[in-house]
Each structure stands twice: as structure tokens, then as C-alpha cells.
Design a protein around this ligand. Structure first.
Ligand code: FE
Length: 340
């Protein structure tokens, strides 16, 4: 009898250590149902189960910090290089050295601690009834402060992380002084006080309440897909996207990405998981469901976004890791300019 109990407990120990080795705990601020299907593919391929904890970036960051060494998290995934930089600054990630990740991801979209998985552009949308295509196509971000666009611009609040990253990149390229004047100019040009999300800005331009909106690239595709309802789908058809700064440094790019957490109990699986996200199969799945741009070459974006052009000039000179560094400055100068 005793022997049987011993034998059973030995099997239980083997069983439990086996299950520990065959899982990866993912903390993610991405909230796509399609991601779950992607993780299933990873499990089928590797036998590693993916346990998902999802939540808002700030809440997950807080939880990771408060759990510290006892956290089960292996991988943390979020959007915006500013949010990734924030997590890095707080010591949430550990350095990893993956030849696969380093060779697949261009240097400006990764650091030693976190890695870009997909790209998005923060672009300008215009109403073709109010602005000509030729005028729109020559737009730079810098032009949004031109007095000729008084009462013409809609953009969300200064506290929004996408805006903080955009302004951070302007600081990196034009300096704080010029960017402060630019922020004042854009506040003067606002057609209304900032309100709503990126899609709300596109809706305002579609309705003729403004000529120009700033919003991320994938939102037009999401609206066109019909997943956000017929009203947004119809609105999306009334606007056109333009990729700014084509005659100089290129369009402002940002990323979704992630890294291995500092106290990851399943570090090897975590690296495998990140490497999986950069495979052709995973990249295709991601871009087809989120309408982001792929990180690796040889994968096409979904046609709902690809139809607007895939060969636009991207700003690949400004490292996305500078966004976090400049975000505080960016917010301060926007607030000082009266940007709500
Ligand atoms: Fe978004």
C-alpha cells in the first residue's frame, strides 16, 4: 500500500514538473479573439500550452511589478514602443539574446529587452471633398500646425500614448523648441477639443467636421471590414489615408511587441514563443486580423490596408526606443501648448 502511494506521488511530481516545462504564461494587453487561435497553432507545433492573462497595459504593468519574483508571467506583450519602454524602465523585462529575433527584426524596431512583432503607422486622414489629393499627398506632420489649417484638424488627447510617441519622434527629429511651437500651432488648428479614440477622429473627418485627422493606419481597415458596424464602414469609405513625410524622413512608425519577463519561470518557452510570432505563418495570421504591417519581409499586409499602398517610405531612422525617452517631454510640451 505504502509503495503504491509512493509510486503515485512520484508520478504526480513527474507529471507536474512536466506540465511546468510545457507551458508559457503570457500577459498581454492585446484583446483580439484571433490571438487565441494563433496561440493554439503554437501549441500544436511545440506542445507548449499558452496560458493567457489579458488586461490593460497599465494594469498588467502594475501587476507584474507588484508580483515581482513570484509572478508566473513569462512573456509580456503590449502595443506602442512607449509602453514597452516604460515596462523596460521599470525592470519588467530581462535581456535575451535570440539570433532569430535579431536577424528577423530590423534594428530600429527592437532593443535587447523587447522586440517588435508588428508595425503600425500613425498617419493623416483627409476628406477628399475638402482637400485635394495632391495637397494631401505632400503633407508632413509639421504641416498640421500651418495656420492655413485653422479649424481643420482633429486628434485625440495629449495623454494618449500614440500621440505621445508621435510627438516624441518629432522631438527626436526637430528638437523641443520647434516641437513646442508645432504643438501650439496644432492646438490653434483644432476643429474641436480632443475627444474620443482614433476611429472617432476618422468619423469626424468623414462627417466633414474637420479636414484632417490623425489616427493609426489599421483603424481605417478595421472600419472598412465592417467589424465596427455599418456606420463606421460607411464613414471609412468617405476618407482617404495619406502617409506623411514622404519627401523627407518618412512616416512615423510604431509597433506591437513584447519581451521575456525578468522572473520568467519558463524562459526557454518564452523565447520560443516570441520567435514563433516572427514566423511567416504567425505574421500572416496577425496582420490579417489586426491590419497591422508585418515585421518580416515576404508577408503581405491584409488587403484592407494594403490597398492604400505598401511601398510608402517608413521612418526607419528614428529608433522606436527613443519614444519612451521623449514621452514625458512630449506630454509636458503638449500640455503647455493647451493640448487637452
Ligand atoms: Fe490601437
Amino acid at each position: 500500500m505504502n509503495k503504491i502511494i509512493k509510486l503515485v506521488s512520484v508520478f504526480m511530481i513527474i507529471g507536474s514538473s512536466y506540465s511546468i516545462a510545457k507551458e508559457v504564461n503570457l500577459f498581454t494587453s492585446r484583446h483580439y479573439d484571433s490571438d487565441v487561435e494563433l496561440y493554439k497553432k503554437f501549441t500544436v507545433k511545440t506542445g507548449i500550452k499558452v496560458n493567457v492573462v489579458s488586461g490593460k497595459a497599465k494594469a498588467l504593468e502594475k501587476r507584474l511589478l507588484s508580483e515581482g519574483k513570484s509572478s508566473r508571467a513569462d512573456v509580456y506583450i503590449t502595443v506602442d514602443a512607449g509602453a514597452l519602454g516604460s515596462a523596460k524602465a521599470k525592470g519588467i523585462f530581462q535581456r535575451i539574446n535570440s539570433k532569430t529575433l535579431n536577424s528577423k527584426i530590423p534594428a530600429n524596431f527592437r532593443t535587447a529587452h523587447w522586440y517588435g512583432v508588428a508595425k503600425r503607422a500613425r498617419i493623416i486622414y483627409y476628406n477628399p471633398k475638402l482637400i485635394s489629393a495632391s495637397e494631401a499627398k505632400s503633407l508632413n506632420y509639421e504641416d498640421l500646425s500651418n495656420p492655413k489649417y485653422k479649424n481643420s484638424v482633429v486628434i485625440r488627447a495629449s495623454s494618449n500614448t500614440y500621440n505621445k510617441s508621435l510627438v516624441a519622434s518629432l522631438i527626436a527629429n526637430n528638437g523641443s523648441g520647434k516641437t513646442s511651437s508645432w504643438a501650439k500651432g496644432i492646438v490653434n488648428n483644432m476643429a474641436r477639443d480632443p475627444k474620443g479614440n482614433d476611429r472617432a477622429q476618422i468619423m469626424a473627418v468623414a462627417a466633414g467636421k474637420a479636414k484632417l485627422a490623425v489616427a493609426n493606419s489599421y483603424y481605417i481597415a478595421l472600419m472598412l471590414s465592417g467589424k465596427k458596424g455599418p456606420e463606421q464602414q460607411a464613414a471609412a469609405k468617405k476618407v482617404k489615408p495619406v502617409f506623411p513625410n514622404q519627401n523627407n524622413r518618412g512616416t512615423h512608425m510604431n509597433i506591437s511587441g513584447g519581451g521575456v519577463t525578468k522572473y520568467a519561470p519558463n524562459k526557454a518557452n518564452a523565447i520560443k514563443f516570441l520567435e514563433f510570432l516572427l514566423t511567416k505563418e504567425a505574421q500572416q495570421h496577425i496582420v490579417n486580423n489586426t491590419y497591422e504591417y508585418p515585421m518580416i519581409s515576404g508577408v503581405k499586409p491584409n488587403k484592407l490596408i494594403g490597398q492604400f499602398g505598401t511601398s510608402f517610405k517608413q521612418d526607419t531612422k528614428t529608433k522606436v526606443s527613443t519614444y519612451y525617452k521623449n514621452q514625458k517631454k512630449a506630454l509636458a510640451l503638449m500640455k503647455k501648448a493647451g493640448w487637452k
